[in-house]
Design a protein around this ligand. Sequence first.
Ligand code: S3P
Length: 187
Amino acid sequence: MKNNIRELINANGQPLVLIGMMGTGKSHFGRMLSQTLKLDYFDSDALVEEKAGCSIAEIFERWGEDNFRSVEAKTIQEYMQKGPCVISTGGGAILNAESAEDIFLNAVSIWVDAPVDIILERVKKNKNRPLLACENPADVLQELMQVRKPIYERARYKIASGDGAAEKALDTLLNDIKTDLMRNETE
Ligand code: S3P
């Protein structure tokens, strides 16, 4: 029986996909996960920016949110075909029903969560989040969270960001994934 997590992930064949609100640290955890597991890392926002040749803020401004969402969905569906790798998604990616189904059925889905006050603190200085470029980002965040939380909650795993060492959270996550994959192997 395999007891090496990398071998188990390879045998399972699914990508590890991080979902959750902006500013929760998905990219940070994603990079840590990919380094620890020696898997390729992809960030859907960066991939969309690369395709469009401009920033997320500019994409929203020039083509609108709906167009951004459709390129985002296509990008995620495309990279999910790669098998074992780590994909960090934009906070609203799960609003696309097809992407959500794909992630929850065909990936090791990981919800990175953080309290709204921590998110606000983190996103304050970043101008590349058009949804929060408004008078009342705290209210907007609360509203987005309310709509999205029931979807994020469908993830197989959850990481609480912002309340302790990221390494410890990552260790616990990897142990949980390993236990589940080993159990699947024997079933
Ligand atoms: C968004 C989150 C952003 C980016 C875009 C929209 C959202 O990604 O995709 O600004 O709707 O929550 P991050 O979650 O990586 O910040």
